[in-house]
Write a protein of this length. Structure first.
Length: 626
């Protein structure tokens, strides 16, 4: 407190107004801070003047003081206080304080009076003006503060364009692959090293030196690449523009899962730069992924995630009965170009294909091949996934992108009576319509196999053609037990085209043999190479057979098939087909047999008959046991 000042502590209600035998008295306790040692110590009441109390004023019946406490005003208190202080020796160092201690009667009344005085003072013209000034200054200061903050955040931001890429989105992969190609990482001092291929068959950029080191490449098929580390910001230059790259990792709070977001800020006011960057990254990625088919599966949160990329398989490498490949490919292609037709007629723009028939007859292979041919990604819907219920399936189906292939394999496995893929019901009457498989009816008391999770047939049907079902998608379902399927599942609208895949015909066997030993790519090899028969002749094969060989099953990849002339392969293929019975073995079985004779086409032909006999015996034994 400055010298000479005095203090009336507390509100006016605390001032001591004492009604003493009908005489209103105003008591001030004025303490000399010098005597008190500065510690306060208001321990005495007005009646007992102690060493600290140096002044008591009796306000009444002084002429200047009214005889009732209600007439006392705050101004009077102040004036009295002033008088006391001026009367005191060394008044400039004195502090005054009033108190209501030992007040006997009139505190309440005084409170009212003091409060109204205070209000009167506060609302007096002078005070209001001061209030106004204080409020105005306060508003100005606040406005200035806000303006500064706004400008601080907006001015730098107005020079930057920031794009955010979420880990779950394809664009994140495009950008990460693009980033992995940037030379800046090779010089960075804090960097993430990764073998992630971001959906491509190979890492986009190798660690410098790795690509030239053949040994290292052989040791690991996974290649190393540099990438921006999480929670770091890296400056790089793009087309002369300054960019900041940040990978932000946040806890999602769900099973400790972390969500990564990539942020790219470009120092420019022109969106064109960002557009260029995005298109460049997308084009690069598409070019790198051109020869692959992307496969997506659902994760435990029922989000589609990129699971793998497989090299495209040529359509002509799958040998089906005449017309089937063309039927499937042309139908799908035509469908994709017919959106307007569907819209005009109000028909949902969806198409379903049910491929049924013998195991290993090429159902899955042709779907993958069609995806490659039409440039579509495959989304695998696994009905047997734990935790998949009707709602989750519906979400998954409605989250499919507009043009894609969704694949449900072995659709019979989830919704048939007590049947599963291990049961071998013997030769199936493929032409029996769905729901009519009565060769092996389940006993009446057989409980219906509960669907895995809480997925119901109704849920599946709704997901396939309900309102939420995505437009423009091609649905492929495969089954080995056509007749066991619920007819509702197979009706047009859900499964529009049903295609039967049968066991291998002689013609298929011949074509498979041909394409196995003389695929289209190699048919154009120079004549002289084709003429070399090398060790493939029966005599030479015999030589090899007598020499000591390591014991192993399968065929070593180091062995190469001999180069054969086209006519030779055609002749061998015909002989092979003669040895293969019509519609008895699957194409997968034939492929497996040829793989065992990968480098020995002559031997394949000569032992094919014996192999067929062995296959029959194995199947007969199996049938006996079951
Ligand atoms: N028609 C075919 N032409 C060429 N290869 C085939 C053919 N059918 C099957 N294969 C080969 O057999 C293997 C299994 O084929 P795929 O998985 O496509 O059969 P699938 O009919 O889907 O069998 P499943 O019903 O058991 O799922 C693949 O490696 C494939 O190359």
């Amino acid at each position: 407190m400055p010298p000479g000042a005095f203090q009336l502590s507390g509100a006016a209600t605390r001032l001591g107004v004492i009604n003493d035998n009908g005489v209103t008295r105003l008591d001030f306790w004025v303490v000399d801070q010098r005597k008190d040692g500065g510690g306060g110590g208001w321990t005495k009441d007005g009646a007992e003047a102690g060493p600290h109390i140096i002044g008591i004023v009796q306000a009444s019946p002084e002429p200047s003081i009214s005889s009732t406490s209600s007439e006392l005003t705050l101004a009077t208190y102040f004036s009295l206080a002033g008088q006391i202080l001026s009367a005191l020796p060394g008044s400039s160092d004195v502090t005054a304080q009033s108190t209501a201690q030992n007040s006997t009667v009139t505190d309440g009344l005084a409170s009212v009076t003091d409060f109204s005085s205070l209000v009167a003072l506060l609302v007096s013209a002078g005070a209001l003006w001061n209030w106004l000034k204080v409020i105005t200054i306060g508003l100005l200061v606040e406005a200035l503060r806000r303006a500064t903050l706004y400008l601080y955040s907006r001015i730098p931001a107005s020079f930057w364009i920031t794009a955010h890429f979420h880990e779950d989105d394809d664009s994140y992969e495009w950008m990460m692959v693009w980033l992995s190609k940037q030379p800046s990482w090779a010089k960075a001092r804090d960097i993430e090293v990764s073998t992630d291929t971001f959906g491509l068959s190979t890492t986009a950029t190798l660690v410098p030196g790795e690509e030239t080191d053949n040994n290292l490449s052989l040791v690991s098929s996974r290649k190393l690449a540099y990438l921006p580390a999480a929670s770091r910001t890296y400056p790089i230059w793009y087309h002369g523009r300054y960019m900041l790259i940040t990978r932000v990792q946040e806890n999602t709070g769900w099973r400790g899962r972390k969500q990564t977001t990539l942020e790219i800020s470009i120092l420019t006011r022109n969106n064109r730069v960002l557009n260029e960057l995005l298109l460049e990254a997308k084009k690069d990625y598409m070019a790198a992924a051109h020869d692959t088919v992307s496969i997506y599966v659902a994760d435990s949160d029922n989000d589609w995630v990129h699971a793998a990329s497989r090299p495209k398989r040529k359509l002509n490498s799958i040998i089906l009965d005449p017309g089937i490949t063309e039927l499937l490919v042309d139908d799908a292609r035509d469908f994709l170009n017919s959106r307007a037709w569907y819209t005009a007629r109000g028909i949902p723009f969806r198409r379903g294909y049910l491929l049924y028939g013998a195991p290993g007859s090429g159902k899955t292979s042709i779907i993958s091949s069609i995806a490659g041919e039409l440039g579509l990604d495959i989304y695998i819907v696994s009905l047997s996934r734990t935790g998949l219920d009707d709602a989750a399936l519906s979400t998954l189906i409605s989250d499919l992108p507009e043009k894609c292939i969704s694949l449900i394999e072995d659709i019979d496995a989830t919704f048939t009576h007590n049947l599963n893929r291990d049961d071998d019901p013997g030769p199936v009457d493929m032409n029996a319509p769905p729901g009519t498989d009565d060769r092996r009816p389940p006993p009446p008391d057989t409980p219906v196999k509960p669907p895995v999770g809480s997925l119901s047939l109704g849920g599946l049907l709704n997901a396939l053609d309900g309102i939420a079902a995505q437009e423009g998608r091609l649905l492929y379902a495969t089954t080995n037990k056509y007749s066991a399927l619920d007819p509702a599942l197979c009706r047009p609208g859900r499964m529009d085209v049903h295609v039967e895949f049968r066991l291998a015909s002689k013609d298929q066997a011949r074509k498979l043999f041909f394409s196995f030993y003389l695929p289209a790519d190699e048919a154009a090899a120079p004549e002289d190479e084709k003429d070399q028969e090398s060790e493939s002749s029966p005599a030479k094969t015999a030589d090899v057979a007598t020499s000591e060989k390591p014991v192993f099953f399968g065929t070593s990849h180091r062995q190469r098939a001999p180069k054969l002339r086209r006519t030779q392969v055609a002749d061998l293929a015909t002989r092979f087909a003669e040895a293969i019975p019509e519609r008895e073995l699957s194409m997968a079985a034939l492929q497996g047999f040829l793989m065992m004779h990968k480098s020995r086409p002559f031997e394949a032909v000569s032992v094919a008959g014996r192999w067929v006999e062995t296959e029959r015996e194995v199947r007969a034994k199996k049938a006996e046991q079951s």
